[in-house]
Design a protein around this ligand. Structure first.
Ligand code: ZN
Length: 417
């Protein structure tokens, strides 16, 4: 007989989130829960206990993704997977990732209590890592489900304190000797609810955002080399000043993005100058360039146009220019086949919804390239995220759970494909 009664103390989503936030809470109300740390381990084990109390069969995979399984009664053993990530950035908020885990847990729990065992197996997942905050790699959780990582990828990695990835992993109870990097082949659908981490929903008074695409990203470091010289004795017309050159480029690339590429985001977020002193014309200036769009063709067209523009301008100005691309991720089109059903459910419950593109990366981006994946957002107050100030109203949190519950019902109980 299944035990359907979870502990009374965490009956609602806010209590659940506040409880989860105690694992790694910081002095100013934030959360730091980095992969394989003690706080991370405590949180995953507490969730495992919670899953067991709800009546799920909880288990860890070889890297520390935690699953709560409710076995379906049909013979084919495809899984409807739902959840998000448990790790945070340093001093992050209590909603990013955690909300998706708790929402999935509560939605599955309610369905289980109301309707019993589903036709198709449901698994709630608390993914071990998404943010890349402790070790220089991201999506360790989801990419181990899709089989995109191997031990080679982590062998040399260490955190800021010099602790090796594999040692941290082993100490947390996941020895690399037991590691398996196989792709899961039993997932029929992945569904994730997440806070928006932007302000579009709030600004437009919309309750739910259905995500059609997650943007692809190109990231560059571009270095401009000129001639270092005396600020007082070098006439303006004789200078090869990479600082002025960088400023002109930033202005031009921003203008082109705004005027010719609607929906594209181009950001120069970091600039470094050498010698970086007030009375010397700089010798080199490096900028980073982060470009995002949901269509690969447009991403590429803009990147090519900007690099060509910079090269031509550099040739005219006697500046030497070097561009290095260090990140290149493809945009992902998510499954939209459930959107009209979800829109109806939202409407019937008095909720306004919209289709949108996600400018931030999510686990859905990884899983969405391998399995039909549905991602939707609830509003973030003022769009603030990765901060202790991250906040979503309890009503909005509940809307997300309600919708998730209804969709899980369609997928796992009615067997909609
Ligand atoms: Zn997240």
């Amino acid at each position: 007989m299944l035990n359907l009664c979870s502990s009374e103390k965490y009956k609602n989503v806010q209590h659940y989130l506040d409880w989860l936030a105690t694992f790694g809470e910081t002095a100013d109300g934030g959360v730091t829960r980095l992969l394989y740390t003690e706080e991370w381990q405590a949180a995953q084990h507490a969730l495992k206990e919670e899953m067991r109390e709800i009546g799920m069969d909880p288990y860890f995979d070889k890297v520390g993704n935690l699953y709560g399984r409710i076995e379906g009664f049909q013979e084919e053993k495809q899984v409807i997977l739902t959840g998000s990530h448990i790790d945070t950035v340093v001093n992050g908020g209590k909603y990013d990732g955690a909300y998706g885990v708790i929402a999935s847990l509560l939605a599955a729990k309610m369905l289980f209590e109301q309707y019993g065992r589903p036709r198709k197996t449901i698994e709630v997942v608390s993914l071990c890592e998404e943010e890349g905050s402790r070790f220089p790699l991201t999506y360790w959780g989801s990419k181990n489900i899709t089989g995109e990582y191997s031990l080679e990828d982590i062998k040399q990695l260490e955190d800021q304190n010099g602790i090796l990835f594999q040692d941290a992993m082993g100490k947390a109870g996941f020895p690399i000797a037991a590691y398996k990097g196989d792709k899961r082949s039993d997932i029929e659908h992945f569904i994730e609810v997440h806070i928006e981490q932007g302000a579009i929903l709030e600004k437009n008074n919309i309750d739910i955002g259905f995500v059609t695409h997650i943007v692809g990203q190109h990231r560059y470091t571009i270095q401009f080399m000129g001639e270092s010289n005396h600020a007082g004795t070098t006439p303006m017309e004789e200078r090869k000043d990479p600082m002025v050159f960088a400023a002109n480029c930033i202005d031009a690339l921003t203008k082109i993005a705004k005027e010719e590429y609607p929906g594209l985001r181009a950001t120069v977020g970091s600039i470094n100058a050498e010698q970086n002193v007030s009375n010397v014309v700089a010798k080199t200036v490096s900028i980073t360039l982060d470009i995002r769009h949901h269509q690969e063709g447009i991403l590429k067209k803009y990147s090519d146009e900007i690099l060509q523009m910079i090269t031509e301008k550099a040739n005219e100005s006697g500046i030497i220019c070097k561009a290095e691309k260090w990140a290149d991720s493809l945009p992902v089109a998510l499954d939209t086949s459930l959107h009209s059903t979800m829109e109806k459910i939202a409407k019937n419950n008095g909720l306004k919804s919209v289709q949108m593109v996600s400018g931030a990366g999510h686990d859905s981006q990884i899983l969405g390239a391998h399995y039909p994946t549905t991602l939707f957002f609830v509003p973030s107050q003022k769009g603030i995220s990765h901060s202790p100030l991250e906040f979503t109203k309890v009503q909005d949190l509940e809307h997300g759970i309600l919708l998730l519950k209804e969709v899980l019902y369609k997928l796992a109980y009615e067997g909609v494909q």
